[in-house]
Design a protein around this ligand. Sequence first.
Ligand code: GLC
Length: 425
Amino acid sequence: MKKAWQLINSSLLCLSIMASTTGSAHAAKVVLASGAVGKDIEVLKKLVKPWEQRTGNTLAVLPMPSSTTDQFSQYRLWLAAGNPDIDVYQTDVTWAPQLADNFVDLTPYTKDIVAQNFPSIIASQTTNGRLVALPIFTDAPALYYRKDLLEKYHKAVPKTWQELTATAKYIQTKERETGHPDMWGFVWQGSAYEGLTCNALEWIKSYGGGQIVEADGTISINNPKAVAALNMAKSWIGNISPEGVLAYKEEESRGVWQTGNAVFMRNWPYAYALGNGDDSAIKNKFGIAPLPSGGGNNKSAATLGGWNLAVSKYSKHKEAAISLVKFLASKEVQKYRALHSSNLPTIISLYDDQDINQQEPFIAQWKNVFLHAVPRPSAPTKIKYNEVSSKFFSAVHDTLAGSGSAKDNLELLEYELQTLKGNHW
Ligand code: GLC
């Protein structure tokens, strides 16, 4: 139960936040720690201007490493030390249960806006009844394909991984023969980090091999379909994907793709707007489709991603920080991000927004993809999720790099996960 002073404190905070929307006497510099891809930071600095003008507060962005795994480790250290210098953290969809205790419960401050969002996204950021972060965009990956090259070689957009492998190889070979020596068939994220967990979960799930740890907590990863999925991915290395893919994160794969050197790419929606930018070699030359499936009755699988903002319990500027988070999660800002960064909104009504539908029509199509996306097992494994993911991506990376077979590595992984689980997650 809350103590009386805590109740008084939170109602005072509520009132002053309301006041801060009309201007605050005590201007604050709010520090936001955030990872970034593409032009994220540039866009953020631009779109925050109206909030800075209205409140008199300023935003300072603390850029984080591009690997979400590295971001998480750094956040965990700062939060464990009660770091008062960072007010707001941009958090991945899977982090809420692990970092919850360090963040302010946003429930009392967001009563007017939470219902605008997809309930499943709000639920993913709610731990023990506390809303620990407010969503700013959701994420579900796509298969990016070169429309011009598929047309040139009379090939269809692949529906299965087998088709993708064959088409990628065919076009890569033909293009190399006709003066494009740097052309690759397929680029994706193979570095040993959270992004590989997302890629490999998609291969395995779309082969009917489960989702590493199932919703009821069962460890399912050691099975023949998962082995087959990993063997397929291993066959790509040095064949349709460069050896270097084992060190690629999102931006490295986008670099190869956007300079016109790949037939296919697996990436998140942010790469869509950038690919159509004026400085892009493939502007208007590509399309997107759901990722392929493992064939047979199997369905395509997309890993659910997404980003949120959390206010640190150790912040000295909570009032300003909460006002910033509400602003960055607002409908106007989500619309701006959809139009300029092709980020998927978490606000339901934006999927019927005329400007978005005209300028970025894929966003409305992607609603169905993210609503059916596969969650990583962060809910069943709770505070152990990051260790689960790191053991999983290490086993996958070893397999892809030729260190141990898929079968042996998944058997070992199962054992490690059982030990980590103990009697319960
Ligand atoms: C994207 C997703 C995020 C995921 C990350 C992996 O940023 O939105 O959820 O963890 O990619 O690299």
